[in-house]
Write a protein that binds this ligand. Structure first.
Ligand code: AMP
Ligand code: MN
Ligand code: MN
Length: 322
């Protein structure tokens, strides 16, 4: 399937992604936006997404994103990228009203929520999947840059196990456009503000290991966020920092989003399927990176997650022995 053949008769197209959009989500949405704008200059194309982190200001037209979801517009086509319908947040009603819904995603937990579903869990990122749906002749430097950054963010800069030979071949093609990839990665992925570094340090300092040191957990409360004057976007990367501790099979990071409500992020080295754990609590993701929202006290949430993780570890060990 090529994207344009699906939408060439549409007069109004909307593009959206998941709540708290990450690099893959932001960049996929923006790459598709530019691609469709170039290909269909007569068509109205709107992007609905929560405001991306400031580091993505380097992506062209990022200021065209509409983060106000109150609209009477009814679209002929809505592209939901890197997300299922449940994670579209306030864009859900716009999605539901659209004439045709196209869902493009790589989350193993997504069973497809569109009239057309392109869900490929073996893909590193939605950006990678999207690029293969584009006509390479029509891709320009700005699109290439967004696709490259989307892939880089979801692979931890080509480091996680979702990085395939195909991912690298694609990255090589994209680099030929000549953008300054090194500066872009530095700016959007590695660079942290002082307070981001401080709160990461605090979370690491207060982390606790359990289950014979095979799991590690930490939490950031609303009070801590107020103290350091940070918001939830400033907490990216903390769970990854916990995961690199040697001997750890599963890292858990939570931050408070409301009274007795936490956003949970999990990372695994493959021994624990954190997507399965997250799905049990209404979330989802990938085998090695997943998330969910949980209600209850911090300690109750740890207990509930531990039960699932311990069950998985036990089953994995039984399988190894058999
Ligand atoms: P995070 O821990 O938020 O960085 O998310 C890790 C991975 O799991 C990402 O691919 C997310 O898109 C996915 N994910 C996080 N939370 C959820 C959720 N509630 N439902 C489905 N997927 C999720
Ligand atoms: Mn994402
Ligand atoms: Mn993704």
């Amino acid at each position: 399937m090529k994207i344009i053949s699906e939408v060439k008769d549409a007069k109004k197209i909307a593009i959206g992604g998941h709540v708290r959009p990450d690099g893959d989500c932001v960049c996929s949405v923006m790459a598709l936006y530019r691609y469709l704008q170039k290909e269909l200059p007569e068509t109205q194309i709107d992007v609905y997404l929560e405001k991306p982190a400031a580091v993505f200001d380097c992506i062209q037209d990022i200021d065209k994103i509409c983060s106000d979801f109150q609209t009477d517009q009814v679209y002929d086509v809505f592209f939901a990228l890197d997300s299922n319908d449940e994670r579209l947040g306030d864009a859900l009603s716009i999605y539901q009203k659209a004439g045709r819904r196209i869902n493009i995603d790589h989350h193993i937990s997504n069973t497809g929520c569109g009239d057309l579903n392109i869900i490929e869990p073996q893909r590193s990122s939605t950006a990678e999947l999207l690029y293969d749906l584009m006509d390479p002749e029509k891709v320009d430097e700005e699109i290439a840059k967004a696709v490259y950054l989307g892939i880089a963010h979801d692979t931890g800069v080509f480091r996680y196990s979702n990085t395939s030979p195909h991912t690298m071949e694609m990255a090589a093609k994209l680099l030929r456009f000549g953008f300054d990839f090194s500066a872009l990665l530095e700016h959007t992925f590695y660079e942290k503000t002082y307070v981001q570094t401080q709160i990461m340090g605090r979370a690491v300092l207060e982390s606790v290991r359990f289950m014979n040191d095979r799991c590690i957990v930490s939490m950031v409360s609303r009070r801590m966020m107020d103290f350091y004057q940070v918001n939830t976007k400033d907490l990216d990367g903390i769970v990854n920092q916990l995961q690199v501790v040697s001997g750890v099979d599963c890292a858990i990071f939570m931050y408070e989003i409301g009274t007795l409500q936490y956003k949970v992020s999990m990372r695994s080295n493959g021994k624990v399927n954190v997507a399965d754990v997250a799905v049990k609590f209404g979330g989802g993701g990938h085998v090695r990176a997943a998330g969910c929202t949980m209600n209850g006290t911090y300690h109750d949430n740890i207990n509930n997650l531990s039960r699932e993780i311990a069950g998985q570890m036990k089953r994995a060990e039984q399988k190894e022995r058999a």
